[in-house]
Design a protein around this ligand. Structure first.
Ligand code: ZN
Length: 136
């Protein structure tokens, strides 16, 4: 069974995303990559409708029943959308992930939605994106 990963199109998180797919045994999963990833599904109106259409199409084509929502810290799409990320990013990302999870569960029957955040690590060697962490 193929899964679908909805994640940010930022190439800097590509390696962390691939590592998460590998770890979850989902290396062949479909991917829906847009700036901000799950962010697009928090938007009202047209943007969300179009995004949901893409998700529905991918689910229908491959019989997808598992969706991974993957956000990341220091996301420039988020910064652009909100005019800055000066407050608690982790809390903001987790809140949006829970909202999008609820939206998908209410829109599609029998879908299993899992949420992850890719952290930005400042300490210990070169700053870089770390291993994706689950969000409950
Ligand atoms: Zn991003």
């Amino acid at each position: 069974m193929i899964a679908l990963f909805i994640a940010c199109s930022d190439g800097q998180v590509a390696a962390a995303l691939a590592a998460l797919q590998e770890k979850e045994g989902e290396a062949d999963a479909d991917r829906f990559l847009v700036p901000g990833g799950p962010l697009v599904l928090t938007r009202p109106g047209m943007e969300r409708r179009v995004a949901l259409d893409f998700v529905r199409t991918q689910m229908d084509l491959h019989g997808i029943r598992t969706i991974y929502l993957v956000s990341h810290q220091d996301c420039s799409a988020y910064e652009h959308s909100l005019g800055g990320l000066g407050f608690d990013q982790q809390e903001l990302l987790a809140r949006d992930l829970r909202r999008v999870k609820a939206l998908l569960e209410n829109t599609f029957a029998d879908v299993d939605v899992r949420c992850f955040v890719i952290p930005w690590r400042e300490n210990g060697g070169l700053p870089s994106f770390g291993e994706a962490e689950p969000v409950e």
